[in-house]
Write a protein that binds this ligand. Structure first.
Ligand SMILES: Nc1ncnc2c1ncn2[C@@H]1O[C@H](COP(=O)(O)OP(=O)(O)OP(=O)(O)O)[C@@H](O)[C@H]1O
Length: 483
């Protein structure tokens, strides 16, 4: 863990020298007036501050001290500031507390007392930060195969989780590659049928002539070439779940037969005479507007009614906030490991292009592009060209200023996250803002950091930070920590 940063604002060189060594558990940064205090606070994001109220140009009064307190509270909201002031200045101390100071210490300070007060302020700050991170952490999807931080998609996942426990037929509506099959499997695996079979049939991928036998099976000799008895998907799914993908492509003749099965839960193999009782949960999916099809006579209304006990609409990837980048990083990590490629994530062009692309093929398209890029990339980082994506065109930026600013802010954050591989501390540094501010903006824009990156980000925060300028009152100490 890196040491917490303590900002000390004091104009007395003797006291500064004393303070410099008084907090071995902290990285101490110094400022001797309001301007320096603001500069250092903005750059160093201290966890606590100690502030002398008598500062130049009013070292005998308190006006500058109060102005500095105000400035610090504006620069670093939530920063606990411990105020130090001369004896018999109780009224000032109380005024400081009323103005938002965390605590006060009388001068001349007793270092042991001061250490205790500062320590308490630091612990408070750490606790607040931890709570904030927990609150802002991406809520995990209840379905392990689904990576998302988008509220609507999380709602879909929770619905699927709830529906898994009951056997109602579920109709999944969504564009190709949005995760319909993944969710159908989740409906099966999270429910009581999990130990029984899951059988999937893509109604659009099988020629009409073979589809009936695929679904219902056939007896030996049922038709030319039927040399042996074959079990259909419905029978194969007995006790478990049958997933009918692209159900909108089911030919009319089979729609009637499927309806009979759904009504009676019995199947008859092609060429057979016996009716077999089965217990099958049906989950179906389509990217076609079934209701319109039904209204136009292209799909049986009574079958639609049977299939959609509950309809779950899956949003396309382009409507899922920052999911494209989140998923891209996730697939990147997976495939870089799979292919043993030591790449350093996405470059800026890739991050921009991923955020700008409309993803007509949704998650499947995204995974394919990332997999290919991981395999083919020749540079240290994956670029837009590696992903075979057009560089993001600035021309579709909105003209309305407020929207344009929000879009630009969102794009910059997404880009910084991608460049820092989802690490919050590094992204905040790239953006020139504090981590708390970034967490706030992530919430505002519905973006997420790399799941699990928060701890790592915290650890990395102090480590690589170059905080120097003497002008801002920062000096080196022999231990190598900045004091
Ligand atoms: N949110 C997600 N997180 C991780 N992987 C996902 C997610 N959504 C989809 N996938 C993966 O993307 C691929 C495509 O998903 P899936 O086959 O479930 O889509 P689909 O909607 O059924 O597509 P189609 O309609 O073309 O059959 C699969 O490999 C799936 O595991």
């Amino acid at each position: 863990m890196s040491k917490p940063t303590l900002l000390i604002v004091e104009d007395d060189p003797g006291l500064l020298a004393q303070y410099r060594w008084a907090f071995p558990g902290c990285r101490v940064v110094l400022a001797s007036d309001r301007r320096q205090a603001e500069v250092v606070a903005r750059r160093e994001h201290p966890s606590a501050a100690l502030l002398d109220l008598g500062l130049p140009p009013d070292p005998e009064g308190v006006s500058e001290g109060f102005a500095t307190l105000d400035a610090l509270r504006r620069t670093c909201p939530g920063l606990p500031v411990v105020v130090a002031s001369g004896r018999d200045e109780r009224a000032n101390m109380l005024r400081a507390i009323a103005a938002g100071a965390y605590d006060f210490c009388e001068k001349p300070v007793d270092l042991d007392v001061l250490r205790t007060v500062v320590d308490r302020a630091l612990r408070l700050r750490a606790l607040e930060e931890e709570n904030r991170q927990l609150a802002a952490a991406p809520r995990p999807s209840p379905i392990s195969a689904i990576i998302t931080a988008d509220d609507n998609m999380l709602r879909v996942c929770r619905t699927v989780e709830r529906l898994a426990g009951v056997s109602v037929p579920v109709l999944l509506l969504g564009e190709s590659g949005t995760g319909k099959e993944a969710l159908a499997r989740a409906l099966h695996e999270l429910g009581p049928r999990a130990k029984r079979p899951f059988a999937a049939l893509n109604c659009a991928a099988i020629p009409e002539a073979l589809l009936e036998s695929e679904l219902f099976g056939h007896e030996r000799g049922a038709f030319t070439g039927a040399v042996r008895q074959v079990t259909g998907k419905i029978e194969a799914a007995n006790g478990g779940t049958l997933f009918l993908d692209e159900v909108g492509d089911l030919p009319m003749s089979l729609q009637a037969k499927l309806l009979r099965f759904l009504q009676d839960q019995v199947v008859e193999r092609v060429g057979g005479r016996t009716q077999l009782r089965v217990d099958v949960r049906v989950v179906s999916a389509t990217n076609q507007p079934l209701e319109t099809l039904a209204a136009n006579g292209g799909f049986r209304g009574d079958l639609l009614y049977r299939l959609n006990g509950v309809t779950v609409r899956i949003p396309p990837l382009r409507e899922r906030g920052g999911d494209a980048l989140l998923l891209a990083r996730w697939f990147f990590a997976r495939h870089a490991q799979e292919f043993d490629r030591r790449l350093r994530g996405f470059d800026a062009s890739a991050a921009d292009a991923i955020a700008a692309h409309a993803w007509p093929g949704n998650v499947r398209e995204l995974e394919n592009r990332v997999r290919r890029a991981v395999l083919m990339s020749e540079g240290p980082q994956v670029s837009a060209a590696d992903l075979e994506l057009e560089p993001a065109a600035p021309s579709d930026q909105p003209l309305d200023l407020r929207t344009a600013r929000a879009a630009a802010e969102r794009a910059a954050i997404a880009r910084a996250l991608a460049l820092s591989d989802g690490g919050v501390a590094a992204a905040a540094r790239l953006l020139g803002i504090s981590r708390p501010t970034l967490y706030g903006l992530l919430d505002e824009h519905g973006l997420t950091a790399r799941p699990g990156a928060r701890g790592a980000a915290q650890g990395a925060d102090g480590a690589g930070e170059a905080a120097t300028p003497e002008s801002a009152g920062i000096h080196d100490n022999p231990s190598g920590d900045l004091v």
